[in-house]
Structure formats: structure tokens, C-alpha cells
Write a protein that binds this ligand. Structure first.
Ligand SMILES: [Cu+2]
Length: 431
């Protein structure tokens, strides 16, 4: 009897494995994809157990094309897959909802297939695990109840034994109560399906080595197919990612701001601007279909983040040949931009953008501001703090004096609005 509280105490002090996962089990996973000319947000709703149906939602942004989409969720451990099909209707943003079966926790591939393009997205299904502390708490109170009540009831038959039982019961109760109080500070249990912990000193499999030293930078090579695309025709922009130390494909991209990569393509003069979310063709290989209306030099900036590593910006450039296609008039925007009269380099500047309608979150944020310098060597990206339901405030510190090209982006009425403007930044002495 005396051993029981001690056992409970030992259980309570037993070291739990450290949990390093930031993706909460059961939480929704949102992935932006630019595919077949459509800008989509794909949401995989969290599951609390397996096997279970997982709801997948597709939200499209205008202009929405008529587009059949096939979804396959495949366990990379067993190969077992579940399929669903959905057809986007032209002009209808959705959300389009399908139900897929998830057979087990762990690594999966979500394949998104359209007639022209396909994307294979790594997805990890996590299922909440029962915490050992919960077992201690429930077990402790249960044992305490039985011992105390039992001890009191049998008090007449054996005084010494019952007193001991009551004392043991009270102790069990105290242990359970203590664990209940401190459990929010104790490590969370590792959810089912979580990636195995990186072993320090062991070279990582696939790409780079994780562990204490962190992962090395990845190197990106940008190319187009065909090599010299002509203005007005569709071409593919490829981004090949390799690990800086091993030279092998880097395939450990973490979702950040709801995408594997945020790709900004601008013409050298800044007249053309696209913010895209490339599909994943395979390990370390991203791609996006594009069309440029005018010939010239184009710049590509991609924001990426590796698992257990920091974010980084990779850049490239490509050339578009031919003659200018008929100019496409940018859609009239009812937004207005308020820039302070004399922004100073190195000092925070707040730009206010008044949207033409009610704001909807996009990529997890109310608004995005992308800033480029004239030459294209600098690219910055900040998020908005909502001020009113139809206005955004962006605070940005321009690094050096000069003229900057800026694009504010937000979603209203399921349409991604892009508001271009320029900012001329001076030095302190000029003000
Ligand atoms: Cu993005």
C-alpha cells in the first residue's frame, strides 16, 4: 500500500520525450497553390483519430476557371490512398468540400491533379496522443477515492489497516492534485504520426543534416521551359532547390504563411507583378505556369523555410523574348494609399491602404506589402495590422534612400487585389 503513492510520484517524475513539433495535432492545414491558372487555398481539416474521414476544402480566388480537380491522399508508409474529385465552376469561389479517408497517422502525400498540372504536397497527419500526466491525474484521484472511502468504511474491523489506507489515499490524492496543477508546465505528449526526432551527430536522410547545428542554406536554381519564352505565350518557371552542404535535393520545406514557397515575379521595370505559390513536382522541384505580356528581363524572388531552420530568400532572373502582346489594362482598383510625405531610411514608416471592400484574411494575414528596390537586389515583405474592416496599416523600415516599388495585397470578395505604388525615401538630413 505504501508503495502506491511512491509509484505514482515516480510516474509523475518520469521524463517525457521532448516535443519539438509546432503543428498542433488535430489542427487544420492550409496550403496555397497556383495551379492551372487558378489561385487556390487547400485546407485539410484536422483529425482527432484514425482511421477517420478528413474533410478537404478548396477555396478559389477570382477569376475562377472551370476546372476539374482530383485529390489523392496517400500514406507514404503504406501506400494506401483515398481519392476524391471536385469540379470548380467558373466564377464560383467556393469553398468546395470533399471528404477523404485517412487510414493512419504519419507522413502522407496530398496529390492535387488538374488536366494540365499536378502537385504533390507532403502532409503529416498528426493525431493527439493521451498525455501520461492525464493518466496519473485520473489514476491518482481514482485510487485516492477508493482508499479513503474504503479505509473509512472498514474502520471498525481493522483500525490500523484502515488508517494506513486513508493516509495512502490522501497521499495519492495530493500527488494527483500536484500533477494536475503543474501539468500545464510539463512537456506535451508527442502526437501519433509525428516525425522521429533528429539524432544529433547523425547525417540527416534526404537533405542536409538537422540537429544542433541547424540546417545549411538551400541553393536555388531558376530556369524556364522553354529556355527562352516568348511574350504572350505560356511557359513554366522551375525552381530547383538543393541543400547547401550535401548538394542533394532539399525536400524539407516547411509551410510558412500557408505555402511551401512564396514566389514574387516582377518585370525589371516593376510594371508586371505576380505573387504565386508554386506546385511541387517532386523532391526539391517547384514549378509555376506563367505568361508575360512584354519582352524583357524578369526577376524572381522566392521566400522559403526549411524544417527546423530559418526562412530565406532566394533570387533568380529570366529573359522573355518576342514582341509585346496587346497591353492588358490593370483592373481598376477602388483602393487608396496614404504614404507619409517624407519617409526616412532606417526609420519605421507606416503606409495606410484603404481597401475597396470588406477584408478577408489571405495566407493567414489581413494584408501583405511587398517592397522592391529599383534594381531588384532588395525585396521586403511585411504584414498589415488591421485598423478598420476596410483599411490596413503597414509599417516598414526602408533600408536606404532611394525610390522603391511597392505592392499592397489583400483579399476582398474572394478576389486578390494588388495595389501598386512607389515610395521615395530620403535621409535624415533632407527632412
Ligand atoms: Cu505568398
Amino acid at each position: 500500500m505504501r508503495a502506491l503513492p511512491l509509484l505514482l510520484l515516480l510516474l509523475a517524475l518520469w521524463p517525457a520525450p521532448a516535443a519539438a513539433h509546432v503543428v498542433a495535432p488535430g489542427a487544420d492545414l492550409r496550403i496555397a497553390q497556383t495551379i492551372a491558372g487558378a489561385e487556390l487555398t487547400i485546407t485539410v481539416r484536422g483529425v482527432s483519430r484514425t482511421p477517420a474521414p478528413a474533410v478537404v476544402e478548396i477555396e478559389a480566388f477570382h477569376p475562377v476557371p472551370d476546372l476539374p480537380v482530383e485529390l489523392t491522399m496517400r500514406s507514404t508508409e503504406t501506400g494506401r490512398a483515398s481519392r476524391a474529385a471536385v469540379r470548380l465552376a467558373a466564377g464560383r469561389a467556393g469553398p468546395y468540400r470533399v471528404s477523404m479517408q485517412v487510414f493512419r497517422a504519419g507522413p502522407h502525400e496530398l496529390e492535387v491533379r488538374t488536366p494540365a498540372e499536378r502537385s504533390v504536397l507532403p502532409v503529416r497527419v498528426l493525431v493527439p496522443a493521451t498525455s501520461p500526466w492525464e493518466l496519473v491525474i485520473h489514476g491518482g484521484f481514482y485510487v485516492a477515492g477508493i482508499l479513503v472511502v474504503g479505509g473509512l468504511l472498514t474502520g471498525g474491523t481493522s483500525r490500523r489497516g484502515s488508517a494506513l489506507a486513508v493516509r495512502a489515499g490522501v497521499l495519492a490524492g495530493v500527488v494527483a492534485l500536484t500533477v494536475a496543477v503543474v501539468s500545464p508546465q510539463l512537456p506535451e505528449p508527442v502526437p501519433d504520426g509525428a516525425a522521429p526526432m533528429a539524432e544529433p551527430g547523425r547525417a540527416g536522410s534526404g537533405a542536409g543534416s538537422g540537429g544542433a547545428g541547424g540546417r545549411p542554406y538551400l541553393m536555388a536554381a531558376f530556369s524556364t521551359q522553354p529556355a527562352r519564352p516568348a511574350a504572350g505565350t505560356e511557359f513554366t518557371l522551375l525552381v530547383d532547390l538543393v541543400d547547401g552542404s550535401t548538394g542533394r535535393p532539399a525536400d524539407d520545406l516547411a509551410l510558412h504563411h500557408e505555402a511551401l514557397a512564396h514566389l514574387v515575379v516582377t518585370s525589371a521595370d516593376g510594371a508586371c507583378f505576380r505573387h504565386l505559390h508554386p506546385v511541387r513536382l517532386g523532391p526539391g522541384r517547384l514549378a509555376v505556369r506563367l505568361r508575360a505580356d512584354r519582352p524583357g528581363r524578369y526577376l524572381a524572388h522566392a521566400e522559403l523555410e526549411r524544417t527546423d531552420s530559418g526562412g530565406q530568400l532566394v533570387t533568380g532572373a529570366f529573359e522573355v523574348t518576342g514582341t509585346a502582346a496587346a497591353p492588358v489594362a490593370p483592373p481598376a482598383s477602388s483602393a487608396s494609399v496614404v504614404v507619409p510625405p517624407r519617409p526616412v531610411a532606417g526609420r519605421p514608416t507606416t503606409v495606410e491602404v484603404r481597401a475597396g471592400g470588406r477584408l478577408q484574411p489571405w495566407l493567414g494575414m489581413p494584408g501583405h506589402l511587398i517592397v522592391r528596390d529599383r534594381e531588384g537586389g532588395f525585396l521586403g515583405h511585411v504584414h498589415a495590422t488591421p485598423t478598420r474592416t476596410t483599411a490596413l496599416a503597414f509599417t516598414f523600415s526602408f533600408p536606404a534612400p532611394g525610390t522603391y516599388l511597392a505592392w499592397a495585397q489583400y483579399v476582398t470578395g474572394s478576389t486578390i487585389e494588388t495595389v501598386p505604388f512607389t515610395v521615395t525615401v530620403g535621409t535624415e538630413s533632407e527632412t
